[in-house]
Design a protein around this ligand. Structure first.
Ligand code: ZN
Length: 171
């Protein structure tokens, strides 16, 4: 398009074509650029510029509508995600066995037994030579504060059995 045709001139030409009465200096400028005849009718160039102006306006309006549609779609998509309830991280504890899993209680599913095994074996392995069953019992209990009696008994059994196994291996 002619570099002399500014947005303002396009706007003036559009107004003129639509029958809006322009200030005479504006009409004069349109005539000088060869867009309109002396009697006000659009020249071939004027018609072409007007068509291009209207096409550009329509393209801009289409683009704007598309952006608005996309924003509306995004909003519609986002809604169910927002509505979905997410558990607060504060509600979750790290599994007590040390596996790194998170849980709503002390242990992840099945990891209480795993922890009893871990504690039992560790106590057996670190126990002094002179350690007897009451010593193992006390040491296991010390590591399992907050655990159920059944779980503590299980860990003690693991410790005693593991210690027996280690003693056999050593002899
Ligand atoms: Zn665990």
């Amino acid at each position: 398009m002619n570099a002399n045709i500014t947005d303002q001139i396009q706007a003036d030409l559009t107004d003129h074509a639509e029958g809006t009465k322009l200030h005479h200096t504006k009409t004069k400028r349109l005539a000088k650029l060869g867009l309109i005849e002396a009697d006000g009718t659009l020249t071939v160039t004027g018609q072409q510029v007007l068509r291009e102006t209207l096409d550009a306006d329509q393209a801009e309006a289409d683009a704007q509508t598309e952006i608005e549609d996309m924003a509306a779609d995004e909003l519609a998509d986002a809604k169910p995600v927002k509505a979905k309830r997410t558990r607060k991280p504060a509600d979750l504890n790290a599994c007590h066995c040390g596996c790194g899993a998170t849980t709503r209680s002390l242990f992840a599913q099945g990891h209480d037994a795993r922890y009893a095994g871990i504690v039992g074996r560790r106590v057996a392995e670190t126990a002094p030579i002179t350690a007897d069953t009451p010593w193992l019992d006390a040491e296991v209990s010390r590591h399992m504060v907050g655990c159920s009696d059944a779980l503590i008994r299980k860990a003690i059994r693991v410790a005693v059995n593991h210690r027996t196994k280690l003693a056999k291996r050593a002899s």
